[in-house]
Ligand binder design. Structure first.
Ligand SMILES: [Fe+2]
Ligand SMILES: [Fe+2]
Length: 444
């Protein structure tokens, strides 16, 4: 898979010795990364400096997880109560902000589960079965309808956001960590277990995100799915604790658990979700999108097209003139902010199949325009129940497992990174389930 490859604004200049995170991410996906152990050790050294909320001993983990889940439930109930009393959305002021967020976290979602990859080789050891089952569920057991990476990609497709966007290098940090843990898992088993323990505890922001996406007419099935599948009672969160308890050796428990804690803290490197969402700036995003278009659009307009005595080509020729251009669109009455965008002439130029500028702006850019013009005006809500699109994909059973005489290492290699989401990878997953005897049976 080659999705999400573009990166126009790296935080650090790329050199062969110090690739950007985006480059490292791509190299890990391609299996060509060379100094992954060293890089992971550096990240762990940073994580060591952080605090964590884990209990002192392993036997307290179930109680700790239950407390965490109860706290999240209470905080979410409080959130819902506030919303019922008329409080505004807490995360997504506009739909554009939600689309922006979904693109920012796409590099992480495109490798969902990758940190558990190395567990696959230990299918003969029952202590690994919890981790393997979690990984296989991330892969949807090879059913494209249930593969988390594909569910996210379909979400982006439906929203018109599948084309890679320019992302800060930091957006690749968590995805790169996940791929690195998957690649080095045999040497970093305690850290993988710790990372898994942290990642699989359903957080409050997952619940709020799911709720607000649905409110904005965006199918939050991907997020809803994680509320249920990661649950603390029997889901991935619970399996994460059992795996730790089973794999922690009798000798050297303390050291093992210390390393688990460091892996757990890797979850806190980078930007947390609420902070990331709050960084969205509608005006800045619209101007950035326009600036990008300016370079392509400046000779494309007829000179009879004038705004305040200047041709559109003249407006677009001048760097830095775009804020004034937006002002001019308003002064000329082409844009009426604070109203339904359908009332603005400008909107009719860019939206709809017969719009003269049809296709100039992509779905996200049009949403920026829409929300900037609306400026607080709200269309009636059209809540989408999570999963309505996925349900529309049909309920027919997945294709039967093809008998293959492939060796297990070849199968496992096809399930790495996010190759498992390609047709061969999905087939390999189904065959793996078959030959290892780890396919989960339904009720009889
Ligand atoms: Fe997942
Ligand atoms: Fe999960």
């Amino acid at each position: 898979m080659t999705a999400l490859t573009r990166n126009d604004s790296p935080l650090a200049p790329a050199t062969t010795a110090h690739p950007t995170l985006a480059e490292r991410y791509q190299a890990l996906l391609a299996g060509t990364s060379s100094d992954t152990h060293h890089w992971l050790a550096e990240q762990l050294a940073m994580a060591c400096e952080l605090a964590d909320d884990l209990p002192d001993s392993l036997d307290q983990l179930h109680a700790w997880s239950a407390r965490h889940a109860a706290q999240v439930a209470a905080d979410y109930a409080h959130y819902l109560e506030q919303r019922a009393q008329g409080a505004p959305r807490q995360y997504f002021t506009h739909r554009a902000q939600a689309l922006w967020f979904l693109q920012q976290v796409a590099p992480t979602k495109a490798v969902d589960g990758a940190w558990l990859f190395s567990a696959l080789r230990h299918w003969q050891d029952p202590r690994f079965h919890g981790l393997i089952r979690t990984y296989l569920e991330e892969l949807g057991d090879g059913d494209p309808r249930c593969n988390h990476v594909l569910i996210y990609q379909r979400l982006l497709s439906r929203l018109g956001c599948l084309e890679p966007v320019s992302l800060d290098d930091a957006c690749y940090l968590q995805g790169t960590l996940q791929l690195a843990l998957g690649a080095c898992g045999d040497d970093y088993l305690p850290e993988v277990i710790g990372y898994n323990l942290g990642y699989e505890q359903p957080p409050l922001h997952l619940l709020i995100t799911t709720y607000e996406l649905a409110e904005l007419g965006i199918d939050g099935h991907y997020f809803q799915l994680h509320v249920t599948i990661d649950n603390a009672a029997s889901g991935h969160a619970n399996k994460a604790i059992s795996a730790l308890q089973q794999l922690c050796p009798r000798e050297g428990r303390e050291l093992f658990y210390q390393r688990v804690r460091h892996g757990y803290r890797l979850n806190d490197l980078g930007t947390d979700t609420p902070t990331l969402i709050s960084r969205f700036n509608l005006d800045a995003q619209l101007l950035a999108a326009l600036e990008h278009k300016r370079l392509f659009g400046q000779f494309m307009h007829a000179d009879r097209c004038r705004l305040q005595q200047r041709t559109v080509n003249q407006w677009l020729a001048e760097p830095g003139a775009l804020p004034a251009f937006l002002q001019a669109l308003q002064a000329q009455g082409w844009i009426k902010r604070g109203m339904d965008p359908a009332q603005s002439r400008w909107w009719s130029l860019i939206e709809g199949p017969s719009a003269p500028m049809f296709g100039v702006f992509d779905a996200y850019e049009k949403q920026l325009w829409h929300d900037w013009i609306a400026n607080g005006w709200q269309a009636p809500l059209r809540r989408v129940p999570p999963g309505s699109w996925e349900a529309a994909l049909g309920q027919e059973p997945p294709p039967a497992t093809r008998k293959q005489s492939m060796n297990i290492d070849t199968l496992i290699a096809q399930m790495a990174g996010n190759r498992h989401a390609l047709p061969d990878g999905l087939q390999a997953t189904r065959t793996y389930l078959h030959v290892t005897g780890l396919a989960q049976e339904g009720p009889h």
